[in-house]
Design a protein around this ligand. Structure first.
Ligand code: 5GP
Length: 194
């Protein structure tokens, strides 16, 4: 998505080897117009696939997921993160390890909000090592829901997330911006496939 790539070039900051900071428009301060355009793009990419629900993880996934849900006219559910390992009968749970924060969280969705009749679109802000996406997939699988695909705002293609997700059986992963590399603190985008 050209508008997103331009914004990343203008306002994104590369930190160290492999982190892109986008807190001026995506995950701290939020640009609602850009967010809405991204929601519309997700709706276009996943149109006509019978999606009944969008699911994501708090906190950074919520804004793009809400905009996608608005454009697709379906509810949005965000998995809550908690340190607690207490198993609950009334929630689907999965463990997610964050390489950026080097901590493990349990994520959970109340069973009232996800069921075997759902056709879900998974949304997240970044695809890096794929742990968050695999966690969302585990929640959908636990509910017996059908996964239609995954929509990612920014994919770092030089990290193993897409491969891990594909190997776990996730298909139809669509990223609005794909970063091939960071070179001398600059973002290099992967060539667009279509
Ligand atoms: P993964 O589970 O794919 O390794 O990473 C998923 C989560 O890590 C994302 O939801 C995001 O919150 C965070 N993350 C991974 N890489 C980056 C990055 O380069 N920049 C920012 N801001 N967050 C990242």
């Amino acid at each position: 998505m050209k508008e997103l790539e331009a914004r990343i070039q203008a306002d994104g900051r590369v930190l160290g080897e492999d982190i892109l900071k986008v807190d001026s428009f995506l995950n701290h301060q939020i640009d609602p117009q850009l967010m809405q355009a991204m929601g519309n793009e997700f709706a276009r990419l996943f149109a006509g696939q019978g999606i009944t629900k969008v699911i994501t993880v708090e906190a950074s996934g919520i804004a793009p997921a809400v905009m996608a849900g608005l454009a697709l006219n379906v509810p949005v559910v965000f998995a809550r993160k908690s340190k607690s390992r207490i198993l609950s009968d009334d929630a689907y749970t999965a463990d997610v390890y964050s390489y950026t924060k080097q901590t493990s969280n349990q994520i959970r969705i109340d069973k009232r909000f996800l069921s075997a009749t759902d056709h879900v679109l998974l949304i997240d802000d970044f695809l890096a090592n794929g742990q968050a996406l695999l966690g969302l997939k585990a929640l959908a699988d636990a509910a017996g829901a059908t996964i239609v695909g995954a929509g990612i705002v920014i994919e770092k293609s030089f990290q193993p997330g897409r491969q891990a997700a594909t190997e776990a059986g996730l298909s139809n992963i669509q990223s609005l911006a794909r970063i091939a590399a960071f070179e001398n603190g600059q973002v290099v985008f992967a060539a667009e496939e279509k």
